[in-house]
Every structure is written in C-alpha cells, then in structure tokens.
Ligand binder design. Structure first.
Ligand code: SF4
Ligand code: SF4
Length: 94
C-alpha cells in the first residue's frame, strides 16, 4: 500500500491556544509555539515532518482553523522493460 504523507496549515491568528490538537495528534507532530498571536494566545505549529493526514487535529479544533492535506507517495514502477536487444528495434506506439 502506498505511504500517505500529510501536511496541515493552521490559521494561527485565530488559534485560542487550547492545545486540543497537540494532545490528539498520534504522531506528536504539533507543538505550541513559544510566540503569541495578535490575540495573545500561544498558537499550535507543525514541528515534525511526520504528519499522516489523519485529520484528528482538524476534527477536535473548536475554531476550525486547521486544514489537512494528503499526498500519496506512489512508488515509481516501470510499465515496460526492453532488454537484450541485439538488432535494430522499431517500436510503434499508437
Ligand atoms: S493530521 Fe493527524 S498526524 Fe497530521 S498533524 Fe493532524 S493529528 Fe497530527
Ligand atoms: S485545537 Fe485549534 S484553537 Fe486549539 S490549539 Fe489547536 S489550532 Fe489552536
């Protein structure tokens, strides 16, 4: 099965610093920033590149400010292999 790589974006200016997302992330990809936003809250940030796109953080966020992206890393596989060619070879692909 292809490995799923996730990524999230957080609208940090609307974060209330509740820490629900950091507690629910099974990958421990999220931490609270030492910095504060314009409303005076420490905000959540993605600190690890191991997000699986599980959506836990987005589902628990009471402010609905987390967007989750998923990308499937397909393993590159050959669709045709030509080998042991000893003479001129003509290939026609319609
Ligand atoms: S989508 Fe899942 S793995 Fe990714 S940051 Fe959110 S809770 Fe963590
Ligand atoms: S759940 Fe939402 S509001 Fe709470 S810390 Fe995470 S991003 Fe901020």
């Amino acid at each position: 099965m292809a490995k799923i790589h996730g990524h999230i974006s957080i609208n940090i200016e609307n974060c209330k610093g509740c820490e629900l997302c950091t507690n629910e992330c099974p990958q421990e990809s999220l931490k609270m920033s030492d910095n504060i936003n314009k409303k005076g809250y420490h905000y959540a940030v993605l600190v690890e590149d191991n997000c699986t796109g599980c959506t836990n953080c987005a589902m628990v966020c009471p402010e609905a400010i987390i967007t989750v992206y998923r990308q499937t890393k397909q393993k590159r596989q050959p669709v045709a292999v030509i080998s042991n060619v000893t003479e001129n070879l003509n290939i026609n692909i319609d």
